[in-house]
Design a protein around this ligand. Structure first.
Ligand code: CTP
Ligand code: MG
Length: 636
């Protein structure tokens, strides 16, 4: 996979020359082609290629782009430099200029790190890691540096179009299908973005390698499932050792310490994660805002990696999340229309405040993605097959089981035949809104395993079967109010698209058309779903009672609500108010519905079937006993 193939819409600087953007007439072709596509890369291969690159990479903070030539010269002492990527961190107070250097050989990186010196102060504990900075040269004059930079080596710079640029491109598109394709190309994860995500995983592996040389950290979620935006969060799974690689015939066996809580693996894992979070917090360069959310169903450590500029969630023993990402990646690879459609709808949901960066009682990107896949299984003919087809076609190489969860399904898509569905992206988008406008969410649940709906087994507002753990509902967190908002927005979107056809050119110019009129975030008031929307997080996430936790008081005091779910912590750390509050105000649901969430003024009288003042209790029914005993109820 070459760099240029992967980032067609991003400006690439090679030797300081601007490569032209891919012209958009390319997108005027027929999108109806389906099939596995020319260059399907199996997920395992993709992951192993990226991990290999990360093992050969060094991240260097520099004074600026002109230092590239200097850095290239320094690095070339240790071996051949294959690629260099420049970027500037955006989120910290002080922007940093960074260059990711990829060596051809891992040995070159090892040599470079052996010669790397410690910082010149005794107040800093030097840490051996592939995160370094380039000190000023004592011999080269600034002018010769600039001259060198002009004849510079390959430096790749990626520029993601601003939202304004994206909107302009969409405005100038020929039709909605073209808009959907462009929006995908402009927003998808870039080559550098992908490399930095694997590199950030590598940093944790390196940090723990002294005690655990076999430790592996794998990315999952939107960073690898091919539905991630250029600035998406990084979800990671840490495995301290590789059970599969053990040779039981070996005579020498490592001495090891038995955990005091060995009888309870969950408590053991929580203790380990406390230690790991302390290591990240105290020693690992670039890690800031480290928070432990250990009482969640899947305990996680959240932190910011300032030097690679991303939010990170680290979990342990969560391989099924990785296989789930593989499954989504496969669906994205099956047909060229899947990724663009999912991007367009994820963006619509974001702009219309259906989804949120904060966890809560609303639809998540993951649930929305499953809704879209389900719809694509129900078109006539289907665009993609149900998961059971992939399960039936699985061979011996496809067998995977983790924590008693069967994650076996076909991995090599080459044996699948292409879909007969010839609908355009625009038709599929309209079809999505029509399909869910009519869907009976009240009585029916959705299964992408069968590609069919079924009578809901529980009274959750929205029931989307977890395709790997089938007795679970991935959207159990969604309340009836939020489902109603989703349905309202779906109906609204459906009419907006129909209205478009009747609009004059002048009206379209003023109001935007196609995707632009659907997104329409700029005209909307921001829905406050952070701290200001006085939400009872304890109620939303069914937080454990303090006494039942094995963790320290310190942790509870620091994050009273964040202990329940991986992302609720984002809410808590969103401002000083959160840090100082230990108790949250009970929610005034009806008030919030009216004032913040529904926004009737946006609906232009198009939707009449909105049921107002929905009472939550009736929707979610009684909590069953099992849930109560389980305590940590929020699934993810
Ligand atoms: N996941 C899962 N079961 C769930 C929720 C999540 O297996 N009930 C897995 C999915 O593979 C999902 C990943 O965990 O993609 C990460 O979850 P999340 O971060 O919520 O979703 P993303 O797909 O990463 O989307 P986003 O861009 O919003 O982070
Ligand atoms: Mg994620």
């Amino acid at each position: 996979m070459s760099f240029s193939q992967n980032m067609p819409l991003f400006r690439a600087l090679k030797c300081n020359i601007h490569l032209p953007r891919i012209p958009f007439h390319l997108y005027n072709r027929n999108y109806c082609q389906s099939g596995t596509g020319e260059s399907f890369v199996p997920f395992d291969m993709l992951v192993s290629q990226r991990r290999n690159e990360a093992r050969r990479s060094l991240l260097v903070e520099v004074a600026g782009l002109p230092s590239a030539a200097d850095l290239h010269q320094v690095c070339s002492q240790y071996g051949t430099v294959r690629k260099m990527f420049h970027y500037t961190t955006r989120h910290s107070n002080v922007n940093k200029e960074m260059i990711l250097v990829e060596f051809s050989e891992a040995e070159s990186l090892a040599k470079a790190l052996q010669s790397t010196r410690s910082p010149p102060t005794d107040r800093i504990i030097p840490v051996h890691s592939p995160f370094v900075w380039l000190s000023a040269s004592r011999t080269t004059s600034p002018s010769s540096k600039t001259a060198n930079a002009r004849s510079s080596t390959d430096i790749v710079q990626e520029t993601v179009p601003t939202d304004e640029e994206l909107r302009l491109q969409l405005f100038q598109s020929g039709d909605v299908s073209e808009q959907i394709q462009k929006s995908y190309e402009c927003q998808k994860l870039t080559e550098l973005g992908s490399r930095l995500r694997f590199f950030t995983c590598r940093q944790v592996e390196v940090a723990l390698s002294g005690l655990f040389p076999q430790a592996s950290v794998l990315p999952f979620g939107s960073s690898v499932n091919s539905f991630g935006r250029f600035n998406c969060d990084l979800d990671m799974i840490l495995e301290l050792f590789d059970v599969g690689s053990q040779d039981s015939s070996q005579r020498l066996v490592f001495q090891a310490k038995k955990s005091r809580s060995a009888a309870n693996p969950r408590i053991t894992m929580q203790r380990h994660m406390e230690v790991i979070s302390d290591v990240l917090d105290n020693f690992v360069p670039g890690c800031s805002q480290v928070r432990k959310i250990l009482a969640a169903r899947v305990p996680i450590i959240k932190y910011r990696q300032d030097l690679t500029d991303m939010e990170c969630d680290l979990s342990m023993a969560n391989r099924s999340g990785f296989y789930m990402s593989e499954m989504l990646y496969l669906y994205g690879s099956m047909d060229k229309r899947v990724r663009p459609l999912i991007f367009a709808l994820r963006r619509w949901a974001k702009d219309r405040h259906i989804t949120s960066p904060y966890a809560g009682r609303w639809v998540t990107n993951f649930s929305l993605t499953l809704l879209i896949l389900f719809y694509l299984m129900r078109t006539s003919p289907p665009v993609i097959p149900p998961l059971q087809t992939l399960i039936k076609l699985a061979g011996a190489d496809d067998i995977r089981t983790t924590e008693s969860i069967n994650c076996t399904f076909l991995r090599d898509l080459k044996i699948l035949t292409a879909s007969d569905n010839k609908q355009s992206l625009e038709d599929l988008l309209r079809g999505f809104f029509e399909f869910y406008d009519k869907f009976d969410f009240k009585e029916r649940g959705l299964s992408i395993v069968k590609g069919d709906d079924f009578t809901k087994p529980e009274h959750n507002a929205l029931y989307i079967q977890n395709p790997l753990e089938r007795e679970l509902n991935v959207s159990r967190n969604v309340t009836l109010e939020e489902l109603e908002r989703l349905r309202t927005e779906i109906t609204h979107a459906r009419y907006r698209l129909e209205e478009d056809v009747e609009q004059s050119k002048e009206e379209q110019r003023q109001q935007g058309w196609g995707l632009l009129s659907l997104w329409g975030a700029s005209q909307q008031p921001q829905v406050q779903r952070g701290l200001n929307a006085s939400i009872d997080w304890q109620e939303v996430f069914h937080i454990q009672e303090q006494g039942t936790l094995p963790t320290s008081n310190k942790q509870w005091n620091a994050s009273p609500a964040g202990t329940a779910t991986k992302s609720s912590e984002k809410v808590l750390n969103n401002g000083e108010k959160a840090r100082n509050n230990t108790k949250f105000q009970p929610v005034e649901r009806t008030k919030m519905l009216k004032e913040e969430l529904i926004m009737p003024s946006d609906l232009n009288g198009l939707v009449t079937k909105l049921k107002r003042n929905v009472v939550q209790k009736g929707a979610n029914g009684k909590k069953n006993k099992k849930q109560k005993m389980n305590k940590v109820l929020y699934k993810w």
